[in-house]
Design a protein around this ligand. Sequence first.
Ligand code: SF4
Ligand code: SF4
Length: 402
Amino acid sequence: MGSEMSAEKGTRNRPPKSIAKDLDACLQCGYCRDVCPVFEQDPWESASPRGKVYMLKQLDRRGFMDRILSVFDREIKVTDDFVERVYWCTSCGMCEEECHVEIPFPELWEEVKAWLVEQGVAPLDAHRAFLKRVENVKNPFNEPESTRGDWSKEFLLSSKPEVMYYVGCTESFRMQRIAKTTATVLKAANVKFNVMGEEEWCCTSPLLRTGQKGLTESFARHTQEQMRRSGANVMLTACAGCMATTKRDHTKAIGPLGYEVLHVAQYAEKLIEDGRLSFNRTIPRKVTYHDPCHLGRHAGVFEPPRNVIESIPGIELVEMPRNRRKSRCCGAGAGFKAQFDEYAVNIAAGRVQDAIDVGSEQIITTCPFCAVNLNAGAKQLGVRQPTIDLMQLILEALGPSV
Ligand code: SF4
Ligand code: SF4
């Protein structure tokens, strides 16, 4: 067990009441097991969604006998292993997709993680540092806030923007190339845009997915205030995680936002339809599209990225057998890669193999985390199957004049 905090003595509180109905609904049928990417890596019942639900049910039903058994330290309780099992999850949502009684799993796992955090037995080591950093410098990488917008200095930013580009921590501090590419594509389509720079705060996805809910409301209000000041009524993001969090979770935390949140794939589709973006270069290449869980299953955005890819001359888009709602997770989500990198890369290698099997030469995706992990998976397999962001493909198709 990797956590400094120990659950050895076991918390005796019950799981949150809000999930009791869902726990009762489980039929123990097991449909969720075979689609779970982490169960595939460690096929023990305790690692499966069904096994975790069973354990939670037992914790929920503790009664008189458990009080007697506790004298001998034999009662059902939360152990370090159970805590680790709960975090043994990428929040991909495939269990919800397959569950016949429609248990809303990603939310349920987040509730359980938040409960474990409240009990003082979670999160895991890799996740604990996120909170302090996000609190102090508004990003989980511990980078100075003042440098967040440095990448954007070469771009002409509008004081009366049509859209605000919410860049996200990964693209601001670790993958500025995608931020610059996105800005270049917007510029090519003559879109007036601006960024929040130092005033852009983390969307809090790394915290929410690991059960650390405390900062989301105030951070959502801050983002809402920046949007109000900008005058724009559309906020764009190029990260699937930022998109799901700033749209769904921020709305849940503070109510209606007063602006639309779009992924740049959706916006690019609109720019093409409106004739503001067109492609000069033919790219004779067979590619496949990997649906990030947070943009696909979680936000329901499946067709816009595909429509953009198919509008590029010469491109042949082939589908992997598991696509759209049934897409296979890349293994990076919900802090899983941060804590269990080796397993996350194994999962990614499986997804890269899916792409190779359909004859793809390149994987296109719309999330920086998926891109990093899928490229690590290809490296592990020792194959040439690069994953690039959709914005990089668009830039290539725009031709050398851009
Ligand atoms: S969300 Fe995905 S990784 Fe987590 S338990 Fe469900 S299927 Fe497994
Ligand atoms: S698919 Fe749903 S009902 Fe069946 S075991 Fe999994 S959680 Fe329970």
